[in-house]
Design a protein around this ligand. Structure first.
Ligand code: 6PG
Length: 435
């Protein structure tokens, strides 16, 4: 067993594997470890000739393969799996060693872990890593937090494997102590959500108002990508929109289930913004658009299901008719609506409410259009109209969001015409594989 690996990666799913290959391609000896050894062997079989790998099977072997102070990169699912890996490795480490968490951890977890490991003299580095699977392999943007001391040791290595900006500068810097790196990565993802939602809205306008086909909209995005909007997300949107589904001959975006998923970072950005008192309304709208499932009674219905509370929403409306600040005559009608249909998913699904709002909607649109033309901010009027229109729309741009997520992060999608979870090989011949 050699003890010469400058860095080790544990967790060899696509992000971990590509990051390990990136270190090796840049001349570092990389120790490899995975919960199931088959994955480690597969990496070495397929990519062993790209550089110097030290495959290991047990935690002890892995730690023994690393030069001191040890640099141990953890690339497992955020949350409990990260804690489990720390529990397994920390007792085998020595003061001065570094654990680098490259997942999308919540920064509060990173702060907790950093504090706990600091007591043992171990540096815990919460590092945001952005760029999806392609970035992990060819150069990601890296946002490490943690101590100055750990950055002095890790910085040059991270600079070597990171993306380089147009001026040649490496896309990595020491972000700050404890959870700062993951906080910045979380906010990056919040911005990513908002960008994707704005793109989705532009796509929907071009589709539903201008009547453009997916291929025509792809051309519009391609043109936009040559001008001021030049960016990765605009570029991949053109690719996703111009992709034709092999099985049906239809535009890919039309066969993807119109329901966008999320792993949590966008939602955390909004939750923390509420605590910090920062109005990130665009990001919040993007998060809501992925679930189209909030607003008052709708949120209580969701909360009731999540926590198994069996809330009687009709009774809630009834006790709000007097005394409370939002008391109003129409709460009587809300009570009646829930009495008639206790499982009503949203008040807009109630016939009387639906009819009444439908009758008022033209005026509502005029109010918002006038406000927009006059430069008067009406965020609540506008946001609630968007909510109403989202619930009424047959298809939203969520399918495009899923296509983008699959493109940059292999997050997979479901189809409208078949069961199962699928992934398109975007970087290759664009065939569809089971995920
Ligand atoms: C990145 C991405 C990456 C991941 C996100 C997507 O910067 O490379 O943001 O971290 O693809 O987790 O987030 P959702 O799964 O929540 O859409």
């Amino acid at each position: 067993m050699t003890t010469t690996a400058q860095i080790g990666v544990t967790g060899l799913a696509v992000m971990g594997r590509n990051l390990a290959r990136n270190f090796a391609r840049n001349g570092y000896t990389v120790a490899l470890h995975n919960r199931t050894a088959a994955r480690t062997r597969e990496l070495v079989d397929r990519f062993g000739d790209e550089g110097d790998f030290v495959p290991t099977e047990t935690a002890k072997e892995f730690v023994a393969a690393l030069e001191r102070p040890r640099r141990l990169v953890v690339m497992v699912k955020a949350g409990d799996p990260t804690d489990a890996v720390i529990k397994e490795f920390a007792p085998l480490l020595e003061p001065g060693d570094m654990i680098i968490d490259g997942g999308n951890a919540h920064f509060a977890d990173t702060r907790r872990r950093e504090k706990q490991l600091r007591e043992q003299g171990i540096h815990f580095v919460g590092a945001g890593i952005s760029g999806g699977e392609e970035g992990a392999l060819n150069g990601p943007s890296i946002m490490p937090g943690g101590s100055e001391e750990s950055y002095a040791s890790l910085g040059p290595m991270l600079a070597r494997i990171s993306a380089k900006a147009k001026d040649g500068a490496p896309c990595v810097t020491h972000i700050g102590p404890d959870g700062a790196g993951h906080f910045v990565k979380m906010t990056h993802n919040g911005i990513e959500y908002a960008d994707m939602q704005l793109i989705g809205e532009a796509y929907q306008l071009l589709r539903d108002v201008a009547g453009y086909s997916a291929a025509q909209i792809a051309d519009v995005f391609r043109t936009w990508n040559t001008g001021r909007l030049d960016s990765y997300l605009i570029e991949i949107t053109a690719d996703v929109l111009s992709h034709v589904d092999e099985a049906t001959g239809k535009p890919f975006v039309d066969v993807v289930l119109d329901q966008a998923e999320q792993k949590g970072t966008g939602r955390w950005t909004v939750q923390i913004a509420l605590d910090l008192g920062v109005p990130v309304s665009g990001i919040a709208e993007a998060v809501f658009a992925r679930s189209v499932s909030t607003q008052g009674f709708h949120e209580m219905a969701a909360g009731s299901a999540e926590y198994d509370w069996h809330l009687d929403l009709g009774k809630v409306a009834a006790i709000w008719r007097g005394g409370c600040i939002i008391r109003a005559a129409f709460l009587d009608r809300i009570t009646r609506a829930y009495e008639a249909q206790p499982q009503l998913p949203s008040l807009l699904a109630d016939k009387t409410f639906a009819e009444e709002i439908a009758a008022a909607q033209d005026d509502w649109r005029d109010v918002i259009a006038t406000a927009a033309k006059q430069g008067v901010p009406t965020p609540a009027f506008a946001a609630t109209l968007a909510y109403y229109d989202s619930l009424r729309a047959e298809r939203l741009p969520a399918a495009l969001t899923q296509g983008q997520r699959d493109y940059f992060g292999a997050h997979a999608y479901r189809r409208t015409d078949r069961d199962g979870v699928f992934h398109t090989l975007w970087g290759g011949d664009k065939t569809e594989v089971d995920s």
